[in-house]
Design a protein around this ligand. Structure first.
Ligand SMILES: Cc1cc2nc3c(=O)[nH]c(=O)nc-3n(C[C@H](O)[C@H](O)[C@H](O)COP(=O)(O)OP(=O)(O)OC[C@H]3O[C@@H](n4cnc5c(N)ncnc54)[C@H](O)[C@@H]3O)c2cc1C
Length: 361
């Protein structure tokens, strides 16, 4: 029996723990790390592809339609078979923990881990980002508004009709009913804004584009997701989850990729390979995302045009495949052809001539 320890008890660690019964010949311990912040709930969004059915069962809401809105108009995409879902992270973690306990997983603190001498260790603490990394930063408010203005069948993934003067900025709107929605003011840039910037942007957006005012704030969530090339939390320990390269560089979506990473690792293990978790993205997708990030870093005003064009050029199913890392060459080519060419040529040249930056956090 090999003793496997996972540092961290977030999504990736707990997803693996919930499947500990598939780890033949291994015992698993989940290690609560020293210096870990108090766990905070937030919504986790994903398209319910067949491999994520287990998560869809725990979702709070699902939308058959999703849209991207720019000043030029709205693109609405749909999928009846793979709707967009969200679930509470804490609900997912609690459910996974119950399954893990049934499989005999141990939960320990880092001091116990340091004294144990595990055979194999994976690290799911957050990865480190280079100085001046592109960040996806956001504040979300779950609000009740004064009149029924939301369409609870359509999630708005990006509504760009907001202030663009500090970087690419959009609203992510998840309506749970006609009067209740999670609204996130989200930016892609290198610098976080003060909390009031996002909350005021949400109120202005609701007033200008939904003719509604906030009656009650039910919940607040906030996040900073580093985008692009990241480094291991500790270079001597192989990563898992976000720390194992699961964050999709240009979108920040991670949950679906954590599942792919763990599934691939378990498949290899079932075929007699030693347990290992690789970055779940294809090289070409990482490269395309890097070019997109270079464009958004230097010419953020291109963001609404690029995402608007992409949404208008794809069907709902194609959009899901592209966002979930399941695109083939035909689909990648379709996305490339939909994009304005000059910004991408300039993005590639910026990438080639920019120097790597020191890792800071
Ligand atoms: C507000 C918010 C919304 C998000 N929405 C989505 C979404 O809709 N869809 C999606 O796919 N992804 C989303 N993400 C990304 C999401 O974080 C990942 O999907 C997922 O949580 C990553 O899992 P993980 O196990 O790699 O990291 P985590 O779940 O973050 O776990 C990290 C572990 O490291 C520990 N840790 C953290 N900091 C330290 C530290 N300084 N020292 C020691 N230990 C530490 C934590 O306690 C935890 O045990 C969102 C993130 C945030 C913050």
């Amino acid at each position: 029996m090999s003793d496997v320890h996972v540092l961290g008890d977030g999504c990736a660690a707990m997803m693996l723990a919930s499947r500990a019964n598939e780890l033949n010949g291994h015992t698993l311990s989940i290690v609560h790390p020293e210096g870990a912040p108090l766990p905070r709930d937030h919504m986790l969004g994903f398209w319910a592809t067949p491999d994520l059915e287990f998560a869809a069962q725990q979702a709070r809401h699902a939308w058959p339609n999703w849209s991207i809105i720019t000043e030029a108009g709205e693109a609405v995409l749909s999928s009846k078979s793979h709707p967009y879902h969200v679930m509470h992270k804490m609900h997912f973690l609690e459910h996974a923990r119950a399954q893990a306990e049934e499989h005999g997983v141990r939960f320990i603190d880092q001091a116990q881990h340091d004294n144990t001498g595990a055979d194999i260790v994976f690290d799911s603490r957050p990865p480190r980002a280079p100085a001046n990394a592109m960040l996806q930063h956001f504040v979300g408010l779950e609000v009740e508004v004064d009149k029924p203005v939301f369409d609870s069948n359509t999630a708005i993934l990006m509504d760009f009709r907001v202030d663009q003067s500090h970087g690419m900025h959009f609203m992510y709107v998840l309506p749970f009913s006609s009067t209740c929605a999670l609204i996130e003011s989200t930016m892609f840039s290198t610098t976080k804004m003060p909390r009031e910037y996002y909350t005021e942007a949400i109120e202005t957006y609701l007033f200008n584009h939904h003719n509604a005012t906030v009656k009650n704030v039910v919940r607040e969530e906030a996040g900073v997701i580093p985008m692009g090339r990241l480094s291991l939390h500790d270079p001597s320990i192989p990563g898992l989850g976000a720390n194992g390269g699961a964050i999709r560089p240009a979108s920040g979506y991670t949950f679906a990729f954590i599942h792919q990473q763990i599934q691939n690792g378990l498949n290899g293990h079932h075929h007699g390979k030693s347990l290992a978790f690789k970055r779940p993205h294809k090289r070409v997708d990482v490269w395309m995302d890097s070019v997109l990030l270079a464009v958004l870093r230097h010419w953020p005003h291109q963001g609404p045009i690029l995402f608007g064009r992409m949404a208008r050029s794809l069907s709902g199913e194609e959009f899901i495949r592209f966002m979930s890392g399941q695109a083939g060459w035909r689909l990648r080519f379709k996305v490339m052809m939909a994009m304005p060419k000059l910004p991408f040529i300039r993005g590639v040249s910026k990438m080639m001539f920019s120097r790597p930056r020191k890792v800071v956090s």
